[in-house]
Design a protein around this ligand. Structure first.
Ligand code: GUN
Length: 283
């Protein structure tokens, strides 16, 4: 079998166009959705991600503020910056790019963001809402992965979904979203004993471990939908996912490439959450 390649770039364009209509409707009422992105320090990958987020907002005509703070910024200064954005009516969404430098308590930072502006969905109140099935801000990467499944026509209800990775940003929220759609969900980590035994039983396999090409074709059930959230840089400078694409695509029914799979969707869903935050604020 050769898998259908899920084209994240094309689906992202389609979804962005849907949200542009909603953003334009708000603008016609005098409300321009606004996103503030804060980055602390000089991590090169984070700088690229943040640049892409700000660029996507500009493309859709959203207002965006890119706040770059030095690596030695005291925690209190960051918290004061967040408090100012919480009170700024031109800003509907606030995102602090993770990770933050070690001297800053990330939990404290995420709790400082007003829950109604928490477009990442990382505030404990929004995490709780996700657990109870009342989410207002689905975390952007798993939200994007769910959209890819939906747009590709993959049935979730009743299927066995296996999520490899248990991060707060991807693995845990992904498992909750699949559960909410009535999948039977197994959560594994990169340390799960006999991981292949679990992955081979997955109708839907989502991999987010940060370990290059750790899932190979022999670990995949024929016809499965494989969503690769990983993005790893190889010694030759090329990017690859957590799934070994060449062997996996011979077995899977659907597969996302890296790059061009989940990545473009993460940013799209951030725009979606920002527009939605502005819609709620404008009611
Ligand atoms: N770092 C890696 N992914 C993310 C994300 O989705 N949001 C934030 N704020 N930081 C990240």
């Amino acid at each position: 079998m050769t898998a259908k390649i899920i084209d994240g770039k094309a689906i992202a364009q389609e979804v962005r166009a849907e949200w542009k209509v909603r953003a334009d409707a708000l603008k016609a009422r005098g409300i321009t959705p606004g996103l503030a992105v804060i980055i602390v320090g000089e991590d090169p990958a984070s700088k690229v991600y943040v640049g892409n987020k700000v660029k996507a907002c500009a493309e859709l005509g959203l207002h965006s503020e890119h706040i770059a703070l030095p690596a030695d910024t005291p925690e209190a200064v960051l918290l004061a910056q967040i408090a100012a954005l919480n009170a700024n009516p031109a800003i509907h969404g606030i995102l602090v790019q993770l990770p933050v430098p070690k001297h800053i308590d990330s939990a404290k930072v995420l709790e400082a963001i007003a829950p109604n502006k928490d477009v990442d969905g990382f505030h404990p109140m929004n995490v709780g809402a996700l657990v109870t099935g009342n989410t207002r801000f689905p975390p952007c990467t798993p939200y994007g992965a769910m959209k890819l499944l939906e747009k590709s026509g993959v049935t979730i209800e009743g299927k066995h979904a296996v999520v490899v990775g248990r991060s707060n940003i991807v693995g845990k929220p992904m498992a909750l979203m699949l559960l909410q759609q009535n999948a039977t969900v197994t959560i594994c980590t990169s340390r799960t004993v006999d991981l292949a035994r679990h992955t081979r039983d997955a109708d839907i396999l989502v991999v987010a471990t940060g370990k290059a090409r750790m899932i190979t074709g022999d670990m995949i059930k024929p016809g499965a939908a494989v969503i690769d959230v990983g993005i790893n840089r190889l010694p030759d400078g090329k990017l690859c996912g957590d799934v070994d694409f060449d062997s996996a695509k011979e077995v899977a029914g659907w597969i996302t490439p890296v790059p061009g799979g989940v990545g473009p969707m993460t940013i799209t869903m951030l725009v979606a959450n920002t527009v939605q935050a502005a819609e709620r604020a404008g009611k």
